[in-house]
Design a protein around this ligand. Sequence first.
Ligand code: SF4
Length: 233
Amino acid sequence: MTTISTNESSPARGQPVAAGAALLRTGPDRDCPLCPRLADFREAARAREPQWFNAPVPSFGDTDAALLIVGLAPGMQGANRTGRPFTGDYAGDLLYATLLEYGFAKGVYQARPDDGLTLVDCRISNAVRCVPPQNKPLPAEINSCRQFLIATIQTMPRLRAIVALGRVAHESTLKALGLRSSAAPFAHGATHQAGALRLYDSYHCSRYNTNTRVLTPEMFRSVFAQVRADLNK
Ligand code: SF4
């Protein structure tokens, strides 16, 4: 585990901030224009699939949760279609099964937003709220959307643990906390202590990563087993 100095001037500095929370916008407008390429992509998806959600996907779970999971961005046929993070594609199958196993969710995951599944002491968000072409947001888009990640973190007063799914989520979370990535290099299974927060790294639970065995279900479960053990201390 690395311990990161948090004495830099920063928006969050490794500490959730509740003060002024009501003034922070944790979610963008449905027609957020800040990333023109993604706005165009969103409009094209609306024209092609008018029944789909096709908008910035809001976070899922209560703001008083101790655990925040940060993904990369909505998948076209997953969260972009259904409107709930990780819902409707393979990544959600593994994520929600794991959350149910470790008590961070209850109910039955049925890959649709009205399946009644609820999160327990857990919230899920994305580094980028709009679906990007080929699942690859540009650096400028990650930077533009970070304001919503910062606000999400700052409005979680009980936050103690963040699981970053993949390198992009890891680096954007570090920046949201006002920390340098050189102080906390990404590695699957690595943990980084930043003030009162602990950041846990995992490879993203995408179908590609699991098909290529970059990430096995056991590797993924081990991350959440550690989070559960730490939060139970
Ligand atoms: S990715 Fe984020 S900042 Fe960019 S258009 Fe979507 S909601 Fe706005």
